[in-house]
Design a protein around this ligand. Structure first.
Ligand code: URA
Length: 198
């Protein structure tokens, strides 16, 4: 059993916030254990709660199409969320829930060691850059602690707001070039710095 699989057992047993009461299934995340590219969404929705898998509803189908557009399958990347359990009625995660769940994704990221972390939407962006807004930050890669962060709009936002669809599709198309260039970057840069890749 891999360290990541063992961690899934710990995550599934978690009762550190009230979301444990109403969940059907915990959604730890899934994908390649040595993914170079890791996506972080917001929270499981109805379908994810039923299946225990991230991004399997309509936003997930769009994410799959976005991945296909850059020649990737979901098994080749890693997909997770800021929180692991569905909030009632799909409400936004509370700061206390995000805080209680933080350790799990941190440990997953430590085990997987991605080179690029794609934040999908506001909550995921503010996990790393609390002062930033998605409208300004999307589509601009930046390096912090040796990892490149690449903020994008949440795929569900593009489904609700048609005008964002093209933006998210265009931002996705930049990822292969970012991955290629990341391999040339030194991994020991600690300060937050915007990358002039484009
Ligand atoms: N939206 C998310 O942020 N995550 C999911 O897993 C599904 C929808």
């Amino acid at each position: 059993m891999s360290a990541l699989t063992q961690l899934y057992d710990e995550i599934r047993a978690c009762r550190d916030c009230d979301l444990a009461e109403g969940r059907i299934k915990v959604v730890p995340g899934e994908g390649s254990e040595d993914a170079e590219l890791l996506f972080i969404g917001e929270a499981p929705g109805w379908h994810e709660d039923q299946q225990g898998r991230p991004f399997v509803g309509s936003a997930g189908q769009f994410l799959d199409r976005l991945l296909t557009s850059i020649g990737l399958k979901r098994e080749e990347v890693y997909i997770a969320n800021v929180i692991k359990c569905r909030p009632p009625h799909n409400r936004e995660p509370l700061p206390s829930e995000i805080q209680a769940c933080r350790k799990w994704l941190d440990r997953q990221i430590e085990l997987i060691g991605p080179r690029v972390i794609v934040t999908l939407g506001r909550h995921s962006l503010s996990r790393y850059f609390p002062a930033e807004t998605i409208g300004k930050a999307h589509g601009k890669p930046r390096q912090l602690d040796g990892v490149v962060y690449y903020p994008m709009y949440h795929p569900a936002a593009a489904l609700h707001q048609g005008s964002l669809r093209q933006t998210i599709e265009e931002d996705m198309l930049k990822i292969p070039e970012i991955l290629a260039q990341v391999k040339e970057l030194p991994q020991d840069v600690v300060e937050d710095r915007q990358l002039s890749l484009f």
